[in-house]
Design a protein around this ligand. Sequence first.
Ligand SMILES: CCCCCCCC(=O)SCCNC(=O)CCNC(=O)[C@H](O)C(C)(C)COP(=O)(O)OP(=O)(O)OC[C@H]1O[C@@H](n2cnc3c(N)ncnc32)[C@H](O)[C@@H]1OP(=O)(O)O
Ligand SMILES: Cc1cc2nc3c(=O)[nH]c(=O)nc-3n(C[C@H](O)[C@H](O)[C@H](O)COP(=O)(O)OP(=O)(O)OC[C@H]3O[C@@H](n4cnc5c(N)ncnc54)[C@H](O)[C@@H]3O)c2cc1C
Length: 603
Amino acid sequence: MSESLQTERKNATFNIKELTDTLNGGPEETRKRKQIESLVFNTPAFHRQDRFQLSREEIYDYSIKVYGELIKLCKKENIEIRYDNPDYVRLVGCIPEEIPVGLHVGMFSSSISDQGTEEQQKKWIPLARNFKIFGTYAQTELAHGTFVRGLETTATYDESKQEFILNSPTITSTKWWPGFLGRTSNHAVIAAQLYTKSKCYGIHMFIVQLRDLKDHKPLPGVTIGDIGDKFGFDTVDNGFLRLDNVHIPRENMLMKYAKVTPEGKYLPPTNAKVAYSAMTLIRVVLVRGSAKALASASTIAIRYSAVRHQTETAPGKEPQVLDYVTQQYKLFPQLATALAFGFAGNYMIDTFNKIHSEISSGQLDALSELHGISSGLKAYTTDTATAGIEVCRRACGGHGYSNACGIQHIYANVLPCVTLEGENTVMYLQAASKVISTIKRLEQLRRSGMDQDEAWNTAGIELVQAAKAHCHYFIVKNYLRSLEKLNMTPSLRKVMNSIALLYGNYGIDENAGDFLESGFMTGEQLNLVKAKILQLLSEVRRNAVAVVDAFDFDDKYLRSILGAYDGDVYNRLYNWAKSSPLNKTEVHSSYTEYLQQLLKSKL
Ligand SMILES: CCCCCCCC(=O)SCCNC(=O)CCNC(=O)[C@H](O)C(C)(C)COP(=O)(O)OP(=O)(O)OC[C@H]1O[C@@H](n2cnc3c(N)ncnc32)[C@H](O)[C@@H]1OP(=O)(O)O
Ligand SMILES: Cc1cc2nc3c(=O)[nH]c(=O)nc-3n(C[C@H](O)[C@H](O)[C@H](O)COP(=O)(O)OP(=O)(O)OC[C@H]3O[C@@H](n4cnc5c(N)ncnc54)[C@H](O)[C@@H]3O)c2cc1C
């Protein structure tokens, strides 16, 4: 155990376990979480030491093995695999890899339970829940992802056979990106333009079988595969799919809201956007996911900064890099943001569950509001978390560039979230419509003679800025309100208040221009904010390591040599390097193949 970390933990002014319980929702929740997590951490199949030295194919193979192990574990422990089952969420939440269960449960099954009729749920949910079928959610196409109404896949109703015929009419209509589509899934919920009696009724959802249940071969009319290597998400076979007049029974259209009768008559839903519900759920989940990712990166960077000593500030005295104010200014706001986003994630999940039960009982009026706030917060938290994770990585210096740091994998897994489930700019624009000052700008543009679309586009930059400000304001307010409601000992409350004040003041400092431009604050007041930040950084310094310890991430989850709990960085780093496949032999074969000839040649 690193002496520096031992000292940090001894110096803490609050009880770490109390903060862990507070963040988990109480000691019983902590106990349950740790009990569930131990199932994963004590199953060797979930952990491969050489995971980051595998080829893409080996990694995919490994992810499917983990998928199978997870399903077996859930069956053995009688944990129902549902996105609203807390034990399932705890279990899958401690597996740091993206595995197929996310899309199968989070989008395929949830689309059917949200938008399927009773009969459809009775038929498909048991098959999905018992993994008799593997599903994904196939909406995005080669040429359209954001503009859902512009998707080109068609589902044309054939009254004589009471079937829908699904077709990819153009190369651009090829489904492209859906997770675990390329190799894993044998079914998909597919978004397609619905045609009946030669009229188009827009995007609806259809369950389509893609592969034979006996030999997993693509069915007739189905062309399917992986879209190739990506920036990250290397466990995921994001796929492409082309449908050449694939016939499905009428009953495979999800018909809880919109319907097509056997005679081909279209019965519209009360709100067309209910078809988008699967996206809203994942946006809500991504808010809490961003918090967890930033908390993980902060844990690694702050522990490492407490272990790392660098540069003599007095003869023979090399301070911990965590003592540098610049290092504190990099890392402590990330820690504060992770906590703020965690409370925002809790709010989003509670709000989603409340509105979701209203929607399930047919009351759809809160749908648009839920869409607005979930879109805005998804955009704001994923944008901010990815930027903050990179700040944490850079704060680790040279070793931050080694895969031994572990922040790379966190970053690569969070990065696509600024795009998937709704490209962030577009998502901001879903919350901006609610911000008064922007509306005035739009009215001004309209008065100048612009039409709505032109005015909206021209005001786009301000709309996005307004949405960001709105989300930031909401997160600060929710953070403070959440702390007020929590029972905490005075010592813990003091620490949490300092961190919350740091988050608020840092946000003002980061956006000082807006506060000046709006006349909301003067230059002097902004100087007071900077002074307050410096004071708060020194307050947080003493407890920073203890606060990240309270996130209670197991080393097996963090997978970080720099951020391990015992802080034994240098021995671990040396052993990690020695285990690299490149060091398997004293002399690499390339010597005899190439270098030796070079040495001998007369060049
Ligand atoms: C574990 C899982 C890992 C995650 C894997 C990733 C999965 C994916 O990426 S799945 C694909 C994700 N794709 C997207 O998110 C696409 C993003 N685009 C969209 O959602 C839509 O095109 C969007 C919202 C931009 C515009 O939708 P569009 O149909 O054109 O609606 P639009 O005409 O702009 O708005 C009409 C009304 O619909 C409302 N609306 C739009 N979307 C929604 C929604 N999801 N819910 C409720 N209301 C909505 C708007 O708020 C608006 O309401 P109002 O009139 O009251 O202001
Ligand atoms: C890792 C990963 C996993 C994914 N998994 C799935 C999945 O399982 N299922 C699925 O269906 N899809 C999936 N997707 C696709 C994802 O949902 C889309 O990529 C996403 O919705 C963005 O759409 P796009 O790619 O068309 O981006 P585009 O919309 O083409 O974005 C390109 C640029 O255009 C800008 N832009 C676009 N429209 C507007 C506008 N109206 N106003 C202002 N600017 C605009 C954007 O801001 C962006 O800067 C996944 C994507 C990734 C990266």
